[in-house]
Ligand binder design. Structure first.
Ligand code: SAM
Length: 219
């Protein structure tokens, strides 16, 4: 596999694998997460789904309840190990190692796609590149669903700095005490719509207090 485009991001999530799902325990987010666990599978119902950056498979498990089949991919073996330990039925799900920018044959021609908390980690040129990869990788007319965070003071990790291109960063601390500076953007509706315009015939955003959900039917 070619060298990662975002080695710091990759390393951070490899180190965080065992503690990753603690993020889904935040009490103030439980009602929204319950709604998303119903909403996202319905949006991808009966489709052959390609999932990018699936991490520990938290959303894979939900999507697999309604999808025809899910090919879930991530660049990091430590998170895929956690996902595989969920023992989801092989008739509905497979987990594969793949780089989001070079998915190869994994899930090619799928008519559904999901990416959870991936978009926010991409600088604009990487976002454009990834959307181009997805457009070419998926079937014509496929539905892409992306879920990510809204910034909520007091609940979100504070923003540590903003670079010249407008990307924002957070300093994340793991249970071991080690810290990682991670690019984390909080796009506006207009920015989401602008990014999808070259690729989608229809796109909309659904929001809860802590999350945004982009649904795009590709051209
Ligand atoms: C915020 S986590 C999201 C995990 C999962 N989608 C979820 O919503 O729970 C971001 C994931 O991106 C993965 N990742 C980082 N760089 C990647 C790349 N180049 N290709 C594929 N996955 C990558 C990390 O390993 C990590 O699992």
């Amino acid at each position: 596999m070619a060298r990662s485009r975002t080695p710091q991001l990759e390393k951070y999530y490899a180190r965080r694998a065992a503690e990753y799902e603690r993020i889904y325990d935040k009490p103030e987010r439980q009602a929204e997460l319950a709604w998303l666990r119903e909403r996202i599978p319905r949006l991808l119902s009966r489709r052959r789904v390609f999932e990018t950056a699936c991490g520990t498979g938290y959303w894979t498990r939900e999507i697999a309840r309604k999808a025809g089949f899910v090919t879930a991919t991530d660049i990091n073996e430590p998170v895929l190990d956690v996902a595989r330990a969920k023992r989801l039925p092989a008739s509905r799900v497979r987990f594969l190692r793949a780089d989001a920018y070079v998915p190869g044959a994994a899930g090619r021609g799928a008519d559904g796609a999901f990416a959870g908390f991936w978009w926010s980690h991409l600088a604009l040129p990487d976002l454009e590149r990834w959307l181009g990869v997805m457009s070419r990788h998926l079937a014509k007319g496929a539905r892409l669903v992306a879920l990510d965070n809204r910034f909520v003071a007091g609940s979100s990790t504070p923003i540590s700095r903003r670079d010249a291109a407008g990307n924002t960063y957070q300093v994340r601390k793991l249970l071991s005490g080690e810290t990682h500076e991670i690019l984390k953007n909080f796009p506006t509706h207009a920015e989401l719509a602008h990014a999808m315009r070259p690729h989608a015939r229809e796109a909309w955003v659904e929001e809860t207090p802590h999350y945004w959900l982009l649904v795009a039917d590709l051209t």
